[in-house]
Design a binder for this molecule. Sequence first.
Ligand code: ZN
Length: 355
Amino acid sequence: MSVLTRDEAQTRAQILDVERYTIALDLTTGEETFDSATAIRFTARAAGDTFVEVKPATLRSISLDGQPLDPALLDGNRYPLTGLTAGPHELHIDAAMHYSRTGEGMHRFTDPTDGETYLYTQLFMEDVQRVFAAFDQPDLKSVFAIDVTAPAGWTVLGNGVAERTGEGRWTIAPTPLISTYLVAIAAGPWHSITTEHAGLPFGIHCRRSLAPYLDADADEILDITRACYDRYHEKFDEPYPFDSYDQAFVPEFNAGAMENPGLVTFRDEFVYRSAVTDTERQTRAMVIAHEMAHMWFGDLVTLTWWDDIWLNESFAEYMGYQTLTEATRFTDTWVDFGVARKGWGYDADQRPTTP
Ligand SMILES: [Zn+2]
């Protein structure tokens, strides 16, 4: 598999404007793979060569502007698009994709407690290619419109409001322009608590076996969410950019949380199953505040390339500590910052990799 270099990304960004991904995912095709059909509408600003990325189990078909191309030309994770003419194009890619057991791509988890299965995506850096075909770099933003077929009785969540259009059929409202790595889907028989705030649907979700523990803390989690949301509105002077705010506590998550627009995913260890200290509650609140800051800084405004991730993360962290202190009962967050974060920052600053 080829890792995209910065030079390659800059070259491709000069050639392409990507307008819309129309994606159909079928999550009912067995335990090993799911079906992924993607149509990408884009414009080439000049004639030339480029490529699209995908990491399929099976690449069934690919066509450009209605003309079939040879699936055997897939080279690792890159499919070459040679001799593109200037102007608008439409690329169709139909593939079967592997489920993941490592938390990268479309993770599949079966709860040993009750046998229920849950899926969620984690697409940061280049794992979108494990779920659908994409011009996968952060500065080629696009609209994403996703339809999902899921087992009956499941709930599907996405970046936009998810509407159930029939038995097991879901349509996610198209996103505003976002980066490929920020697309998200979560599907399963979630236990959900939904409410409305500032005219938007808010929801928190976890697997069913954790329902009593999420219920016990739902008021605290939603109170913090609402308080941070209102405070960010005052500070940023820019309306929340998306149409809903879901927070899903998901199993076997590698990081603390991920700032997918409108669908933040958290490790479900944050659904506490026994007594915890107030410091642990503050840590959870801090992650809620940090991820919400990213809705504006990171999601609405996005880094061009990964070397700016330090600013994205540092600013979300700063906003999180500040906003908790200003808007919630956790009023001494800067002590935690001094103990847990400041030394870490000094350490990072001394490394040769820090510019
Ligand atoms: Zn972050």
